[in-house]
Design a protein around this ligand. Structure first.
Ligand code: PMP
Length: 411
């Protein structure tokens, strides 16, 4: 009988990522900071190199073949993003720099236009700052109320409390698909349906969702959905906002400049159609092309296979870390992605991170840009290991051995 592990050809996959066979501090690199950013497969590196070396030209402007080819490829990547999210059409895909810029775009171009004093915006207690601060600041600017869905001690959203927060004044509900600090997978379809019940629109921060879970924005019925390319094997500096076409059309531009206009005169400017209306300036076209190669890579492995294997890693790592005396996992939701935040006795997370690095193990330490989450759990910071489908069970053992070294140092 085939096990889930066999679905992933781990040996081949690790060969696809050159950095995984390098050493760090004289030890094999064990890269466990995937929630912050993922490593890049050779196919993405090769695509970028080839584009810069043989095919480089700006998009949209040129009548010459080089520029036209690059333009066509960028259009194809927009289509690939629409397929990834199952958007109804590629015009609903806006290229931005990343999830942070995407959420700021929505908060400004939708929020500032449609919110009035007395309206309400709801986020959750376990959002990344990128899906917290823009809404908090929008509320201050327009005089709206800012409400926060609480979580239980496992880090799961309290849906009954959420229902209590919803009123006919709620205009926006912004929630992450997966918490970067705790790993909680939120029931976003239910959250969206409840928001729609009071006439609110929804913004889903998919930064930690899209690399690990098959996502269907039409099935979720999300009004907006954002993600960052660099967390899904693409280059830095590229991300996506999905928005329902009628909402994108109703919004004013976020930034003004070249490429987002139809015509400009001294008296007046008319704007381009969606999505170009939101893509002022020269787009990050090389990064877009890199994103296309990254999505090809993900599709080759298959998000269902990725999710199944990463779940195995999560279960194995949870079991092994729970067995470490003095270690406490923070974030124990039933439905979790492969992110494990923990504290170890009273050892400062930065000390944990520094010592395990000496063993070649790269983990994240700090507040993970989620200070309200840290406050909820009464800790200033945690150590966090986040796993990707290129990680192995042997690497979990290396993490555990490195943590035992930390304990020895502090014994
Ligand atoms: N949301 C979540 C859940 C994240 O984990 C991150 C990145 N850590 C972001 C938003 C922001 O992404 P970026 O920095 O790529 O804009």
């Amino acid at each position: 009988m085939s096990t889930k592990t066999e679905i992933i050809n781990i040996e081949q996959i690790r060969k696809d990522f050159p950095i995984l066979s390098t050493q760090m501090n004289g030890k094999p690199l064990v890269y466990l900071d995937n929630a912050a950013s993922t490593q890049k497969p050779q196919s993405v590196i090769d695509r970028l190199t080839k584009f810069y070396r043989d095919e480089y030209a700006t998009v949209s402007r040129g009548v010459y073949a080089l520029s036209q080819q690059a333009t066509i490829e960028c259009m194809q990547v927009r289509e690939k993003c629409a397929q990834l999210l199952n958007a109804a059409k590629s015009e609903e895909i806006v290229f931005v720099r990343g999830a942070t810029e995407g959420i700021n775009l929505i908060a400004s171009a939708y929020g500032e236009k449609f919110l009035k004093p007395g309206d309400e915006v709801i986020v959750s207690n376990i959002e990344h700052h990128a899906n917290f601060v823009p809404w908090q600041q929008l509320c201050k600017k327009v005089g709206a109320a800012f409400k926060v869905i609480p979580v239980n001690d496992a880090g799961e959203l309290l849906l009954d409390e959420y229902k209590q927060l919803l009123t006919d004044k709620t205009k926006i509900v912004a929630v992450g698909q997966v918490s970067n600090a705790l790993g909680t997978i939120n029931p976003i379809k239910e959250i969206v349906a409840l928001a729609h019940g009071v006439g609110a629109i929804t913004v889903i921060d998919g930064a930690q969702g899209v690399p690990h879970l098959k996502t269907d924005v039409q099935d979720i019925d999300a009004d907006f959905y954002v993600f960052s390319g660099h967390k899904i094997f693409a280059p830095t500096g590229i991300g996506v906002v999905y928005g329902k076409e009628k909402l994108l059309e109703a919004m004013d531009p976020y930034q003004y400049g070249g490429e987002m206009v139809q015509s400009v005169s001294i008296e007046e400017t008319t704007f381009a159609q969606v999505p170009q209306k939101f893509e002022a300036g020269t787009t990050a076209f090389a990064q877009i092309i890199g994103l296309g190669a990254a999505l090809d890579y993900v599709n080759k492995i298959g998000l269902d296979n990725i999710a199944a294997y990463e779940h195995e890693l999560l279960l194995e790592a949870t079991k092994k870390l729970e067995a470490v005396e003095g270690l406490r996992i923070i974030g124990t939701a039933v439905n979790k992605a492969s992110v494990i935040s923990f504290e170890l006795k009273d050892i400062h997370p930065h000390d944990i991170g520094t010592i395990v690095d000496q063993e070649g193990v790269a983990i994240r330490t700090g507040h993970h840009c989620a200070q309200p989450t840290m406050q909820r759990f009464g800790v200033p910071a945690t150590a966090r290991a986040s796993f990707c489908f290129y990680n192995t069970k042997e690497e979990i053992d290396a993490l555990v051995a490195a943590i035992e070294k930390v304990k020895q140092v502090f014994s």
